[in-house]
Design a protein around this ligand. Structure first.
Ligand code: 5GP
Length: 143
């Protein structure tokens, strides 16, 4: 059985504005921001506004409602950074590598011949993430 949702997880705090993030986008169902330990330039996360631990417990309707944002951010990240492709990944429960227990989709721009860094660090300061985020935001506005 899947564990209960913990409303004190860091992404819930970011959603409530109680913790900082480099924000990219939000709509009624989804919120997107830069990953603090990027596996490559432009690594971002898209989360649902509804409390869900991962893909195993989210209501299908809430999942469907957030997926347009995943698509939108994948297109903008690829275009904004001139990437050659994009990885979209989602991990559910510790066995899969999940470490933050609010559902999130990783969107990671990919460049020919460049391998993604392993997860888990180092932490990128906001000043480093902000100029990359600006390019993604610009591509969202001017697709
Ligand atoms: P997962 O749970 O799928 O393994 O990945 C969690 C992701 O959240 C990691 O890529 C990690 O770098 C990112 N992350 C962890 N804590 C924070 C945080 O406080 N802020 C942001 N923006 N990202 C975080």
């Amino acid at each position: 059985m899947t564990a209960a949702y913990d409303s004190q997880n860091i992404f819930a705090k970011i959603l409530r504005g109680e913790a900082p993030c480099v924000k990219l986008y939000e709509d009624e169902a989804a919120f997107a921001f830069m990953d603090i330990m990027p596996r490559g330039p432009g690594h971002l996360l898209v989360i649902p506004k509804t409390p869900a631990r991962n893909i195993l417990d989210i209501e299908a309707e809430a999942l469907a409602a957030m997926m347009p944002a995943v698509k939108k951010l994948a297109v903008a990240a690829k275009a904004g950074l001139g990437a050659d492709g994009v990885t979209v990944a989602q991990f559910s429960e510790p066995a899969s590598g999940q470490v933050v227990y609010h559902l999130h989709f990783h969107v990671i721009p990919c460049f020919d011949g460049v391998t993604l860094k392993p997860p888990g660090g180092p932490i990128a300061p906001a000043a480093e993430l902000e100029p990359i985020a600006a390019k993604i935001r610009a591509a969202l506005t001017n697709p």
